[in-house]
Design a protein around this ligand. Sequence first.
Ligand code: CA
Length: 378
Amino acid sequence: MKRRDFLKKTGIATAAVVTATAGIMGCGKKEEKATGPAVTQKTYQWKMVTTWPPNMPVLQTGAERFAKRVEEATDGRIKIQVYAGGELVPALGVFDAVSDGTVEVGSGASYYWAGKVPAGQWFSSVPFGFNPQGINTWFYSGGGLKLWEEVYAPFNVVPRPQGNTGVQMGGWFRKEMKSLASYKGLKMRIPGLGGKVVAKAGGAVTLMPGGEIFTSLERGVIDATEWVGPLHDLRMGFYKAAKYYYYPGWHEPGTCLEVIFNKKIYDSLSKDLQLILDAIAMETNLWSLCEFEAGNGAALEELINVHKVKLMEFPPKMMDDLRKLAYEVLEEEAAKDPVSKKVHEAYKKFKKQVGIWGTVADSAYFSTIADKYALRTK
Ligand code: CA
């Protein structure tokens, strides 16, 4: 039996063994004391449920990657079995399952539980709000994550950012979107606060998990949908049911995906395990954004060149109108409960603190190299 396995089996803390061995080997020398905290050898077998369709790249595979790396980093002390949406609990029932302890871990996006935690929506995506850089900055350097923890704590849930989709696409439509009025009577699948904006513009908004969207669009249950960006939208096959593909995704300019832990379980872990979970969540957050960024461009070209999708930009006047409407909706939604109000005010305050930096830096820079990134059409 390997020494490490022996330690695991006997449950003897490494530090204690090192101390004892040093005493024996020292033969009369003064006993050396090991420093640092003892590492617990307690092991955990967890279940993780997600909102994502099976094998969905970056989303479901990201959750699986998270589980694998946690097992590796903890040397097998935490093993996580991952289930896709609907395999163990309903896709939109992830938050409840983690909250009540049915499972230990979950993965999704906070706008999926808006019915239960309306204030949570600000932590996934805000229409005309932060891009990935901005929302991550709010989380890690602007107090956003601490506030998110406060919002989820009454539900016995601990959140961590676990991924980011980048700026999403505006969605798939069967008709041209010429003005705000184009949303009137439109049956569209669109989640979160962006969905509230479309509803205020007169749309009939529905929320359904990823696995149900294509069939609904194909059968005409909905007229339009949004999902993520080219990489994922291509895989979903939406181009077979709608030809107009609009940008930009004003409703989801940098959506944060989350990993959530049952708080009682998370709090009971030794510090080293908590740090490992946090660190793997953080690196998965970065990895996920990079995967989207790496794949979107080529997927967009395939949609246009192979599947003859019409790439369309929302007209400037329509974007102006949507932005004004979005700001109204955000105030209305924030006024509905004190927690939402608190989060909304914190978000606005940080947005003000960041100020025009993104305009001076990123957008000005990108505008100078726009021609080099021009779409290569065949
Ligand atoms: Ca989306």
